[in-house]
Design a protein. Structure first.
Length: 82
């Protein structure tokens, strides 16, 4: 077994735990992402709004992918276009 294979085996329980937490608290995490995005946008006075929106969309997509691992759902395979 190679190094990466043994690393995957060791990290599998943590990955499952993160997936479970993302499923249970997805709405809270989503709210936190939105709140952080608004704060950053306010601090930068809207100068980077498009980049912040793109990053927010990507973070939400990643959260959806993590939360849907193992539940039989089919999350989108690519981030939404910005």
């Amino acid at each position: 077994m190679g190094f990466l294979d043994s690393l995957k085996v060791k990290l599998a329980p943590a990955k499952d735990k993160v997936s479970d937490l993302a499923q249970q608290h997805g709405d809270k995490i989503d709210h936190g992402i939105e709140k952080a995005a608004k704060a950053v946008d306010r601090r930068t006075k809207g100068k980077y709004s498009d980049k912040i929106e793109s990053g927010t969309d990507r973070a939400k997509h990643a959260l959806d992918r993590i939360a849907h691992k193992g539940d039989g759902g089919t999350p989108p395979t690519s981030p939404p276009a910005a």
